[in-house]
Design a binder for this molecule. Structure first.
Ligand code: DGL
Length: 271
């Protein structure tokens, strides 16, 4: 299809459903832009896998979305952004945005006492991606990373409030509280859905950074700078692809997105 470059969709991929929290903010910020979302639901979670495997999966996802004629790629997954962003950027000729740098910049803007916490998957925390991104701008900021692996399955189950998730949050965040942070980065696609519980446990005076909102703002800036914003205002294209059966994605996903999911298709990547 010979489409004006500006009217091409934005491609977004995540290891599964969680990236819909990022897509939601993109749609809020740039409602006229078309979007194509790929959730690699057959291979989620990425957060417990080796960097080599996450990079391989990310390449395969990128290849699929690139073949859909997208104008910009968003790596919504914190784990994939942490270990694979540079490699992905080098592999395609369109702008690529990850979620780490926008989140790190927002944390820097928010902190007053220069003590920032980051929570994420094991792979994200192990990669030190947030620490590196924060320290690249201000090396005097102290960054405290903490993996909270149980948060992802709890959110996938829909347990975003109540006793169990509160107990898990208390156990994880007890250690973080001792660091006297004033800012906490929600460094995983799923954690924005736990904002209420996390805030309750860590304390209302700690500012929570939701990378998704920052990413959406950054996309606007990049599209404007590259003169790639669509000028159309008709109903934008919304396509969803998954690598496993769509049923679960539909039920949980509509809650993540806060909207109906239409045009969903199961596909295979990497062949
Ligand atoms: N999307 C992942 C992230 O943001 C969380 C789920 C997973 O481990 O794949 O790190």
């Amino acid at each position: 299809m010979n489409m004006n470059k500006k009217d091409r969709p934005i491609g977004v991929f995540d290891s599964g459903i969680g990236g819909l929290t990022v897509l939601k903010e993109i749609i809020k910020e740039l409602s006229d832009e078309g979007t194509i979302y790929l959730g690699d639901t057959a291979r989620v979670p990425y957060g417990i896998r080796s960097p080599e495997t996450v990079i391989r999966y990310s390449f395969e996802n990128t290849k699929f979305l690139f073949s859909k004629n997208i104008k910009l790629l968003v790596v919504a997954c914190n784990t994939a952004s942490s270990v694979g962003l540079e490699a992905i950027k080098n592999s395609i000729s369109i702008p690529v945005i990850g979620v780490i740098e926008p989140g790190a910049r927002a944390a820097l803007k928010a902190t007053r006492n220069k003590k920032v916490g980051v929570i994420g998957t094991e792979a994200t925390i192990k990669s030190n991606s947030y620490t590196k991104a924060v320290k690249a701008i201000d090396k005097d900021i102290e960054v405290f990373g903490l993996a909270c692996p149980l948060f992802v399955p709890l959110v996938e189950e829909g347990w975003t409030d109540g006793d169990i998730v509160t107990m898990v949050a208390e156990k994880y965040l007890r250690e973080m509280k001792n660091n006297h942070i004033d800012t906490l980065v929600l460094g995983c696609t799923h954690y924005p859905l736990l904002k209420k519980v996390i805030s309750l446990v860590i304390g209302g005076d700690v500012k929570l950074i939701d990378s998704a909102i920052e990413v959406a703002k950054e996309i606007r800036v990049i599209l404007e700078m590259a003169d790639l914003k669509t000028e159309k205002s008709r109903k934008p294209q919304r396509e969803f692809y998954v690598t496993d059966s769509p049923e679960r994605f539909l039920t949980v996903g509509e809650r993540f997105l806060g909207n109906k999911i239409e045009h969903i298709e199961k596909i295979e990547v990497g062949n």
